[in-house]
Design a protein around this ligand. Structure first.
Ligand SMILES: *Cc1c(COP(=O)(O)O)cnc(C)c1O
Length: 764
């Protein structure tokens, strides 16, 4: 396998016609003659730019110029330059070989902190360039081998071997694609390697995902170590599947489970599949539609027990003695609110058998001290006494995994260890017998990338970028001044910055504060969730919720406003796609793939939006795709449209309505699995939304935004929810393009173009 990892030579004389220039070029030639690429540069240039080079260099050769070494080494500017460069590289990369190259100077001239980072000191003219080149190349090669994690290494070896396969997949290393024109196109697009490495589990030397042995097993153990867990299981079908694995291992029919109401639908699917009886923990919400944390008091066993007693499905249970089997918490809500897991473990250890943190959004938290105890498993964190801890993480969401890359992490308790064999029974239930090896390789590589110091540096970079973005947004606002308008980024506004651009963790902990950030007893706070238990929640700054004008934190509408969906539709037409859009907020993510260019583009696009809005530019001009799709708005300007939708939202008090439907009491009439089983038995009835009150749903009903299920199978449509569905239908007629999309409803369009909405219910 040919990789492009040049040996980088930095020497001011690289292009000079003096002896030192001749010497270094002779070395470069000798390296190239041995088949390695050389990148020669004449100065350190911009240090941070060079730090990027560390990821694609196989070694550095740094020349030290004789004249530059003048006085004592401590004061020497050349030594300072060298030190700064080495520090910058080592911040991210502890292993890439660094050589010094000089004419007469020796290690005597360098301080220890530099010497210990070096792989060698080369004296020009003492050995032949060929000999020196061999030495450097040997180190470079061994470095490139050493960075390969176990599975990926084997996969490379296997692909290189070029063995002919007689097993599936049937495309035989891509050959099948070459037999048709469109197949050729596919082959050229993805490239030969992706197809050569698409193998099946008959290849012994790669190990078996389903048995966790061989190279794959080694790789999972490596990832477990990196992520501070006792066990790691790679999952090739997303955290949706990881969650189901954890649940099928821990929950049986009729078991009582404690679940975050703001959970991902895969958890609700797991409830249906296992036949569990859920008791829900209810998150707070603010009127921007941002889902807040569950209050700490809700986690008290007595509070949970009170909910069990009130649950009609548990009428026959001895609720004083029931022990919940699992507690599942969305650890990092969609808007980036994290929980202090130590506090939760302290409250529930031994009382709930299994503690499950759905960490789909925070696989990065373990790699930076910024996140403290606000994630499930960390270095030097103590085990729970009794309950086993599970964390499920989407490697593909914030780390460098390809879609569907996920893993289950397990930490044993002092008393109980995971029975890996039994866990695997559940693992097998949810795993294809033909797992995709590229996904396994990306789980392997993504884990290796997070190994400190590289992983820590990557996370810090995302945080600093996210903070810089927030600072830039504040600066823009200040420049426009109080008479003008601009977008807000949800979160603390006065976070301190230290020299590296980072902020203090405590600034991001949710407390009750006034606009100046001082803790108060009043109702003001930047988050809008009311009273927060101290030290229980923090906001992850890499999730940025941007708030558009028009609605205040109390849910009061201003005279004018800009619904967020208009901004995100506008942005999409200008090449910027955001992660999620609410009523007056939308959301972007600073993953480890984000760059300055990316967020600066967003900032520029927002400026442009403001300009177009202020000038009320016609929609056919600034949002041509949207106005082609909805010709009724074609002649409006951007401001007109915003005002039109805003006044309708205000007229119907939509913010309050869509918050309150989530806060109404949900009455379960039967267990989720029982209700769902009506589908298989064809005992369902498609009921018009006007007739829904009192009926039991067989499906999930989920409005987008926010994408959180409103009702789950077995629950009853109450009057408030029915009103809301009716309202949404009217709104869709009055203001097409801006209605809430409600998954789970069935729509039918009649001949006259009217849309009718139905929900599938348990048949009477
Ligand atoms: C995305 C998500 C999942 C599912 O993860 P996939 O990898 O997309 O299957 C589970 N839980 C939460 C909280 C998520 O956000």
């Amino acid at each position: 396998m040919k990789f492009r990892f040049p040996i980088v030579i930095i020497d001011e004389d690289f292009r000079s016609e003096n002896t030192s220039g001749l010497g270094i070029r002779a070395l470069a030639q000798a390296i190239e003659a041995d088949g390695f690429e050389v990148l020669g540069v004449t100065s350190y240039g911009d240090l941070s730019q060079f730090a990027q080079q560390q990821s694609r260099a196989s070694a550095f050769v740094l020349a030290i110029d004789d004249e530059e070494f003048s006085s004592g080494p401590e004061l020497d500017p050349a030594v300072e330059k060298l030190r700064a460069f080495i520090e910058e590289v080592r911040w991210k990369n502890a292993d890439v070989p660094i050589f010094l190259h000089g004419e007469t100077k020796t290690s005597r001239h360098l301080p220890n902190d530099i010497l210990r980072e070096l792989h060698g000191f080369i004296h020009m003219f003492e050995d032949t360039p060929e000999f020196v080149a061999k030495h450097i190349i040997r180190e470079a090669k061994s470095y490139l081998e050493s960075i390969q994690p176990p599975f990926f290494k084997q996969l490379l070896d296997y692909a290189e071997d070029g063995s002919y396969s007689w097993h599936c997949p049937g495309h035989s290393g891509g050959v099948a694609f070459l037999k048709s024109p469109i197949g050729q196109m596919y082959h050229q697009f993805y490239g030969e390697n992706m197809l050569r490495a698409d193998v099946c589990n008959a290849v012994e030397e790669l190990g078996q995902l389903l048995d966790h042995n061989g190279a794959i097993g080694a790789s999972e153990r490596n990832a477990a170590r990196i992520f501070n867990s006792d066990h790691c299981f790679f999952v090739t079908n997303g955290t949706s599947t990881s969650n189901k694995m954890v649940w099928h291992h821990t929950v049986a029919p009729g078991d009582v489970v404690v679940v975050d109401r703001n959970c991902h639908k895969s958890i609700l699917h797991a409830i249906i599949m296992t036949g569990a009886i859920p008791v829900f923990l209810k998150p707070t919400r603010n009127h921007w539609g941002i889902i807040g944390p569950i209050q700490r008091s809700e986690f008290e066993p007595e509070a949970i027990r009170a909910k069990m007693k009130a649950n009609p499905l548990l009428a026959d249970y001895d609720t004083d003695n029931v022990q919940p089997r699992i507690m599942t918490l969305t650890q990092s809500t969609y808007d980036g609110v994290l929980y202090n897991t130590e506090v939760i473990k302290g409250m529930l250890d031994g009382w709930v058998d299994n503690l499950h943190f759905d960490e789909a959004w925070i696989p990065h938290a373990a790699f930076h001290p910024f996140y403290g105890q606000y994630h499930a498993m960390g270095r030097k964190r103590e085990r729970t006494a009794k309950s086993i801890t599970y964390a499920t993480q989407s490697v593909h969401k914030l780390l460098a995994g390809i879609s569907q890359a996920s893993h289950v992490l397990v930490q044993d308790s002092k008393e109980e260890r995971l029975d890996r064999h039994l866990f695997n029974e559940s693992y097998l239930m949810h795993t294809s017998t033909s797992p995709q090896y590229s996904i396994i390789a990306s789980c392997d590589v993504a884990a290796a990338m997070m190994e400190p110091p590289g992983g820590t540096a990557l996370v810090e970079e995302s945080i600093v970028e996210a903070l810089d973005f927030r600072r830039a947004m504040v600066k823009v606002e200040e420049e426009y001044g109080p008479e003008d308008w601009w977008f807000q980024v949800w979160g603390p506004t006065d976070f301190r910055a230290d020299g590296d651009g980072m902020a203090a963790t405590r600034d991001w902990v949710l407390k009750k504060t006034d606009a100046e950030g001082v803790e108060t007893t009043g109702s003001d706070s930047w988050h809008g969730f009311g009273d927060m238990a101290p030290g229980f929640n923090m906001l992850d700054p890499i999730k940025a919720t941007i708030i558009t004008p028009g609605l205040d934190i109390e849910g009061r509408f201003d005279d004018s406003g800009i619904p967020a969906s208009i901004v995100s539709k506008y942005l999409a037409e200008h090449g910027v796609v955001v992660e999620k859009t609410g009523l007056y907020s939308f959301f972007i993510l600073f993953t480890i793939g984000i760059t300055k260019g990316r967020w600066n583009t967003l900032l520029a696009a927002l400026q442009q939006f403001k300009d177009h809005y202020d000038k009320n530019q016609p929609l056919w001009r600034v949002m041509p795709e949207f106005s082609a799709k909805f010709p009724r708005y074609e002649r409006m300007g951007l401001k007109d449209l915003s005002q039109h939708v805003h006044s309708l939202y205000a007229k119907y008090d939509v913010a309050r309505l869509s918050t309150e439907i989530y806060l109404t009491d949900h009455h379960p009439e039967m267990t989720p699995s029982e209700a769902f089983s009506h589908i298989a038995r064809r005992k369902t009835e498609r009921v018009s939304i006007d007739e829904l009150e009192g009926r039991i749903t067989t499906s999930l009903v989920t409005p987008y935004p926010p994408g959180i299920p409103l009702l789950i199978p077995g629950e009853v449509f109450n009057a408030k929810i029915v009103d809301y569905l009716r309202f949404n239908r009217e709104f869709a007629r009055e203001c097409p393009g801006f209605e809430t999309d409600i998954h789970g409803l069935v729509t039918e369009t009649s001949e006259d173009g009217q849309t009718y909405y139905f929900a599938d219910c348990v048949a009477r």
